[in-house]
Design a protein around this ligand. Structure first.
Ligand code: ATP
Ligand code: MG
Length: 260
């Protein structure tokens, strides 16, 4: 493998997807994307353009009709992927701490932490990073929706994923909680150097969090354009409410609504 290939954490090459009979319309057509290691890519596009399908193909839950998805490994070990969904998927009878640790024990066969002490330390660190330490012993139904999504993110990060896939992770939350989580999750991913793909309907969220925003169109789902977000990290609350962000948000909105 070439060094440029290894610098990429994810390479999607000419992916097509048709469900069922091949005479059905394609859901995805010729989708190609490359993510450098540590890069944050957001994907926006109309409902039904195949965003979730694309994430499911990356994760191996669906197979592409044609094209390839590569996750180049730096170590020779199989790259790890984690997924955070829109809705909370916590185990209701487990405490916050156990839910986060469960992410690791699920993948015990590929334990990245080596020992129980190291695993416990990793869980403590993630609880701290996500602001969950005071709630470590609470059950999911004893914490707010925003806190539950923090637990989902912490659990996904517990396996130290090479690539984190986020499918509208904040869309069920109120605006203030969502903004706070955007800032915090951005900082955590920057801190850990995690490569991430975020699917969202919230253009402002995409611009705030991402290095690049892929704009998709539907029927068939294709990547129409990729917009670079020229803003240094760490991303701050000031940027979240800046005229610069609003301007980029407007221009992406216009590209998604060309007839308006
Ligand atoms: N298992 C499946 N079998 C058949 N068709 C499917 C299947 N999964 C998705 N589709 C179709 O693929 C298209 C894209 O769906 P997908 O869920 O990927 O869209 P999306 O961009 O994530 O939409 P949204 O923004 O509403 O979440 C839709 O037309 C959907 O009906
Ligand atoms: Mg979807």
């Amino acid at each position: 493998m070439t060094s440029t290939a290894i610098e990429n954490a994810l390479v999607i090459n000419g992916v097509d997807k048709t469900f069922g009979a091949t005479d059905r319309p394609a859901v995805l057509q010729d989708v190609s994307l490359q993510l450098a290691r540590g890069e944050f890519l957001a994907v926006v596009g109309p409902s039904g353009c195949g965003k979730t399908t694309l994430l499911r193909i990356i994760q191996g839950l669906e197979t592409a009709t044609s094209g390839t998805v590569e996750l180049p490994s730096t170590t020779g070990a199989a790259p790890r992927l984690s997924y955070v969904f829109q809705r909370s998927s916590l185990l209701p009878w487990f405490s916050v701490r156990k839910n986060v640790a469960f992410g690791i024990s699920l993948k015990a066969g590929r334990d990245v932490h080596g020992s129980k002490v190291a695993r416990d330390r990793a869980v403590d660190e993630l609880l701290e990073l996500t602001g969950l330490s005071p709630y470590a012993d609470y059950l999911p139904n004893q914490i707010s929706g925003g806190m539950q999504q923090r637990v989902n993110v912490a659990r996904a990060l517990a396996v130290r994923p090479d690539v984190l896939l986020l499918d509208e992770p904040f869309s069920a939350l109120d605006a203030l909680t969502r903004e706070r989580l955007q800032v915090d999750i951005c900082a955590i991913l920057e801190n850990l150097g995690t490569t991430a793909v975020l699917v969202t309907h919230d253009i402002r969220e995409a611009v705030f969090m991402a290095d690049r925003v892929a704009i998709m169109s539907a029927h068939p789902g294709t990547v129409r354009q990729i917009v670079e977000i020229d803003e240094p990290r760490p991303r701050t609350v000031a940027f979240q409410h800046s005229p610069e962000l609003a301007e980029v948000e407007r221009s992406i909105w216009r590209r998604l609504h060309p007839t308006v």
